[in-house]
Design a protein around this ligand. Sequence first.
Ligand code: ADP
Ligand code: MG
Length: 265
Amino acid sequence: MTRTLYQSHPTAGPVARPSVTLTDLVKTYRIGNSTTRVLDGVTVAFPRRSLTAVMGPSGSGKSTLLQCAAGLDRPTSGSVVIEDVELTRLDETALTRFRRDRLGFVFQSYNLIPTLTVRQNVTLPAELAARHVPASAVRDVLAHLGLDRHADARPAALSGGQQQRAAIARALLADPAVIFADEPTGALDTRAAGQVLGLLRHAVDTAGRTIVMVTHDPVAAAVADAVVFFADGRIRDTLLRPSAEAVAARMATLAAPVEANGGRR
Ligand code: ADP
Ligand code: MG
């Protein structure tokens, strides 16, 4: 049974087919004699053309959830379906190809290749997938992201915000079914973070992208269509189009019990 995350959302109602469906996702780690259950049965669907934020206390399993959903890590059990493909049934080669051809990634640390120019960085995934990207498309995306003057610069010459915009350009040019972002504004100042969030929102609203974004920032979460609250490896709550204040208030109630019992998982 899939959570009715967006049932009352105007653009992604109950008839909208999900882009990503996670069913009873479990991830355990064995350290010595003890087993940690980082994902404790997560079931949720992210509809097409939506921006969903995943929030939760530090160490609650948000990155693990994203990594499993994006095929960067394997769940211990449960299923991950993206655009009708069951990721857990793919072997490593097929999974790597699926990620390369169908998914985009944005990380807190940008993950640009330092020896390549911005232009070379943003076209790399398409090149690896042997997919032609017209020079005009590269120009348009770089211009839209305010990077046209930096196309031939290397990442080290750019600010953090510019590097993250380059990472977003790289994700967009790969024409992915889903973009997974883990703390994309985590290393940015307020202004650069605002620009990055605006670009992610724009990608959903005008290009129909599907984005799943982990964040600990209520302001970032308030840009999303829905917020999933995560604690102790489980989804605890969801809010549709909440304000930053509502997100912060809900986070405060989530964080408290975890700290009170010493971060039990
Ligand atoms: P979050 O992103 O919410 O801060 P993570 O998903 O990074 O949380 O981590 C959740 C928990 O899983 C943490 O307790 C972390 O130590 C543990 N964990 C993550 N990766 C591994 C691993 N490879 N081996 C053992 N434990 C891990
Ligand atoms: Mg994390």
